[in-house]
Design a protein around this ligand. Structure first.
Ligand SMILES: NC(=O)C1=CN([C@@H]2O[C@H](COP(=O)(O)OP(=O)(O)OC[C@H]3O[C@@H](n4cnc5c(N)ncnc54)[C@H](O)[C@@H]3O)[C@@H](O)[C@H]2O)C=CC1
Ligand SMILES: CC(=O)[C@H](N)C(=O)O
Length: 344
């Protein structure tokens, strides 16, 4: 089979590898659609994210969907032919966090496209059967692949318990911010404010239903949120950029007693904060790390038409054109590129 491999000297090329054989509890999936995530692009450009270093060849890609073509001994044969999306992080299933159901916090997780674990820019992937979720006919394979970033939004909504009538600010209109917006609206948020520094992304957010857009390269975030909320601030801020000014600004934009959810990863992980402000205003601050138990809900949201994920796709490309696709994905105006390895 063909796979797209990133070498330690950051060349992204196609290679022939043996098709994997599924273990007893695994399914073999013919991969048909894979999203290019910001983390893939980061590895492609820099060869590392924090302590995760591409020091041996790595197959990128963790937003994937396809069709089951074979199953292991312990998996129901009737699953062959099923269209599935793959949850990319498989935990150890034994530690305290796994036992509590907080498996996204498992320290022993195997996460696709995170060194040393290979990802899904490959024609076939063998994956645990219970981390391969059936897609209804009405959900396309591109949508299936984007269940992954959509799940980040589902986890955010659950962390902050966003509910009917809440006002929210989302800082950052990349895939994570835009898909979180979908989920927050489905959860009942009614006043949605977004911020970014790229006008094209703000225009897309507005097209997708944001009530107020703030270009923070031109406007002051706190002042603009004050103007949009009559000085009250929003109930919930979802920080989805990782930009230090946005992280700091989140605490000025939230109402007293409101919540701030931190999703964006700051470049060096350190942002000075006024902790007295958090205490005085009795703010709830949540970290939100990937997701747990979100795939069924995210698939249902898609099947119900409650969220749109395809509208964030800017382009698609074949596996042969993967390097050009990664170059295009580096454009600040690009939101989401997809690699398609076959037809739905
Ligand atoms: N906590 C988690 O589980 C996860 C965290 N992430 C992180 O979430 C963040 C967002 O991910 P993506 O949407 O894929 O990234 P992205 O890079 O596509 O989007 C970030 C957006 O923030 C905008 N931005 C830059 N400076 C800003 C500012 N001062 N105010 C508002 N917006 C600003 C950028 O123009 C861009 O549109 C990244 O930091 C990523 O590493 C991504 C996936 C999972
Ligand atoms: C940070 C990412 O983009 C990725 N989805 C991950 O959870 O590692």
């Amino acid at each position: 089979m063909r796979v797209a491999v990133l070498s330690p000297d950051l060349e992204l090329t196609l290679e022939e590898r043996d098709r994997p054989t599924p273990d007893d509890d695994e399914v073999l999936v013919r991969i048909l659609s894979v999203g290019i995530c910001g983390s893939d692009v980061h590895y492609y450009e820099h060869g590392r994210i924090g302590d995760y270093v591409v020091d041996s060849p790595l197959v990128l890609g963790h937003e994937s969907a396809g069709e089951i073509v074979a199953v292991g001994e312990h998996v129901d044969e009737s699953r062959v032919g099923e269209r599935v999306t793959l949850e990319p992080g498989v935990p150890c299933r034994r530690c305290e966090h796994c036992a509590r159901g907080e498996y996204n916090l498992c320290a022993d997780v195997t996460f696709m496209a995170t060194p040393p674990d290979d990802g899904a820019f490959a024609e076939y992937v063998a994956w645990p059967a219970d981390f391969a979720y059936a897609l209804p006919e009405s959900v396309s394979l591109d949508e299936g692949a984007l269940v992954e970033p959509l799940s980040v939004g589902v986890h955010v909504a659950r962390r902050a318990n966003v509910g009917v009538g809440d006002s929210v600010l989302i800082t950052g209109c990349g895939p994570i911010g835009l898909l979180a917006m979908e989920v927050l609206r489905a959860a009942g948020a009614t006043d949605i404010i977004v911020s970014d520094v790229v006008p094209e992304k703000l225009a897309l957010a507005e097209e997708r239903g944001a009530d107020t857009v703030i270009d923070v390269s031109e406007e002051n975030l706190a002042e603009a949120v004050d103007a949009a909320t009559d000085g009250r601030g929003v109930d919930v801020v979802v920080e989805a950029s990782g930009a230090p000014p946005a992280v700091q600004g989140a605490f000025d934009a939230v109402r007293r007693g409101g919540s701030v959810v931190l999703v964006g990863l700051a470049p060096d992980g350190e942002v000075p904060l006024d902790t007295n402000e958090i205490i005085d205003n009795e703010l709830d601050v949540f970290g939100s790390f990937r997701y747990r138990n979100t795939y069924p809900a995210a698939i249902d949201l898609l099947a119900d038409g409650a969220v749109d994920v395809e509208g964030i796709i800017d382009f698609d490309a074949t596996l042969e054109a993967v390097d050009a696709a990664f170059q295009r994905a580096q454009n600040p105006e690009t939101v989401k590129g997809m690699i398609r390895l076959g037809d739905d």
